[in-house]
Design a protein around this ligand. Structure first.
Ligand SMILES: *[C@@H]1O[C@H](CO)[C@@H](O)[C@H](O)[C@H]1NC(C)=O
Length: 574
């Protein structure tokens, strides 16, 4: 009897073990993105850390509400959601949570929860086990231009029973951008003589003549009317994203402030927050142009606003996008009172190197932080219509990510002062993943009408248009590794715009009003557009075309335009 039962049980066990989970392909791509080459099979013992995004309760409901509370015309404008309310929308159902954890347990894996709502899990395992778990064969892909290599696959599967439970697994088929968003050294910005009219215009506007070709904090203050006085509220805060190999240097910051902000203490510095084993080593050889630029121009412009450098480390092992997510989940998990109300990130990549599932999941994460009252700004990219860096493209323009996400604010670049004109590298265009949000549809429609048949067939007229706004981005003077030099890029524009938004937030907080939070519906409103200087000249060439021309109103080079501090205060009722 006992024996029979035993046999029965062991037979059943054998049966269960023998029947494989029916797998379904969850995501697949045709090949590695441009710039990557297949570089063999990694050792099965290599460790990998994956983030698993679970299907959320009601993210559409959160986004619907977010579009109301961020609309200045709404009665509930500025009533940002509490953490509890956000969690209600974003947590997975109990059944989803249990099903995924059961599957992992069957494979001997215990997941760590990496978001407060439990919608993101993390597992660390080996390539060999991951190959079984996701019914795939992970490969090594090298990126010869940077000498970096990454473990990715071209397709992965999940058990059919989990199709409605798992949104995305990363890193799998989304490749990183090993070039990051690093700004370029200013090549040969012409030290041309200004003509008499230009000189007169600058004099009238009290802008130093040098600002026509060389940007310092004083130029930003003069061009955009930014106050030099200190922020006064006790809770205003600005976050700066930092990634692998980009370290912000306190010695460089000190030299920068000594040189360019003689009116404030040169000891003004940033707070450091490290994630995923991040660090921020100090030393001439650790200087990173991007990190130094971002820190020098947030601290250098947002006078008196505490700045936190959030450094994401090597543990992500996958370039940028896992780190993007970890920063969002980290900030979301902070107490509301200690969160930065503005986050600037000068990294990005071409939209066609990110899968729809990954793009959606990250965009959803941005919407949850926007709902919490955090303004999320990203540099739009430096390749004109050809993507985040100049990429070869023949048939279609290459929109950048995350600029296509409708729940963040994309910042393009300008140059010069008389008039301020589009910087030719300023990425802009239309997403192929995200539809045009209603807050911009009128302005985008006007632009497309004015554009006529130019570039027809090279971009998606129904996609979300970007950038939303712009700021100066050419020949920013920075101190890096002890040297002063000029850099160009939308990487200059995003921290500049973010610093200005932080100063507006400071005034709002001091007046007992809510902070700006998710910016776009405000920016595209009549009050918002009135607070921006429309840029109407220049274009962003690429892909063998002149790109998009800047025009009156919104355009996919400079968005709605550049900030005017006094008008922004008026627009928010101060
Ligand atoms: C164009 O954008 C729409 C809206 O986001 C999208 O549904 C469609 O797939 C895009 N078309 C192409 C060819 O990518």
């Amino acid at each position: 009897m006992v024996r029979t039962v035993f046999v029965f049980v062991s037979l059943l066990a054998a049966l269960v073990a023998a029947v494989p989970h029916p797998f379904v392909v969850h995501e697949a791509i045709n090949g590695a993105p441009e710039g990557f080459v297949h570089a063999g099979t990694p050792s099965p013992d290599t460790e990998l850390t994956f983030r698993i995004g679970l299907v959320q309760n009601n993210i559409a409901g959160l986004q619907e509400k977010l579009l109301v509370i961020s609309d200045p015309a709404s009665a509930t404008y500025g009533q940002w959601m509490s953490t509890e309310e956000i969690v209600e929308f974003t947590k997975p159902s109990a059944a989803t949570d249990a099903a995924v954890k059961e599957w992992l347990a069957e494979n001997g894996l215990t997941a760590a929860t990496t978001s407060i709502a439990g919608d993101w899990l993390s597992i660390t395992t080996t390539v060999g086990k991951a190959n079984t778990l996701f019914n795939t064969k992970f490969q090594s892909f090298a990126h010869p231009e940077t000498g970096k290599s990454f473990i990715r696959t071209l397709a992965y599967s999940i058990p059919a029973s989990l199709q409605g439970a798992v949104e995305v697994v990363h890193p799998t088929v989304t490749f990183p951008n090993p070039l990051g968003g690093v700004p370029r050294l200013t090549a040969s910005i012409g030290k041309r003589e200004l003509n008499a009219l230009e000189k007169k215009d600058l004099e009238r506007r009290a802008i130093p003549a040098s600002c026509a070709t060389t940007i310092t904090p004083a130029c930003i203050q003069a061009i955009y009317g930014v106050p030099t006085t200190k922020a006064t509220s006790s809770t205003v805060k600005l976050g700066v994203s930092g990634f692998i190999d980009q370290f912000a240097q306190t010695a460089d910051l000190k030299s920068f402030l000594t040189k360019f902000r003689t009116d404030i203490s040169s000891s003004t510095t940033f707070a450091l927050q490290t994630l995923d084993g991040g660090s921020n080593p100090q030393g001439r050889n650790d200087a990173g142009i991007e990190a130094n630029l971002d820190i020098e121009y947030t601290i250098g412009i947002a006078t008196g606003v505490p700045v936190t450098f959030i450094s994401v480390g090597e543990n992500t092992k996958d370039g940028d996008l896992g780190g993007f997510l970890d920063i969002i989940n980290f900030i979301q998990g902070e107490a509301a009172a200690s969160r930065p109300q503005v986050l600037t990130t000068s990294y990005g990549q071409n939209e066609n190197t990110v899968t729809r599932a990954m793009a959606n999941s990250l965009c959803n994460a941005y919407s949850t932080l926007g709902a919490a009252g955090v303004s999320i700004l990203f540099a739009s990219g430096d390749g004109g219509v050809a993507g985040s860096q100049t990429t070869s493209c023949s048939t279609s323009f290459l929109p950048t990510f995350p600029s296509g996400c409708p729940f963040m604010t994309s910042v393009g670049a300008t140059q010069g002062t008389s008039p301020e004109t589009a910087a030719s590298f300023s990425s802009g265009g239309f997403s192929n993943f995200f539809a045009q949000p209603s807050y911009q549809s009128a302005q985008v429609k006007s632009y497309l009408t004015a554009l006529g048949s130019t570039n027809a067939g090279k971009f998606n007229t129904s996609g979300r248009g970007f950038p939303d706004v712009a700021a100066q981005g050419v020949n920013f003077q920075i101190v890096d590794g002890g040297q002063t030099g000029g850099v160009d890029g939308t990487s200059c524009a995003s921290p500049t715009f973010a610093a200005i938004i932080s100063l507006v937030n400071d005034r709002l907080i001091a007046a007992g009003k809510p902070v700006l939070g998710f910016l776009n519906p405000f920016l595209y409103s009549s009050a918002g557009t009135a607070a921006l200087t429309d840029i109407t000249t220049g274009d962003n060439p690429g892909c063998g075309t002149n790109g998009f021309p800047a025009k009156a109103g919104w355009d996919p080079v400079t968005g709605l335009g550049t900030p005017n501090f006094a008008k922004l205060l008026t627009a928010v009722g101060l």
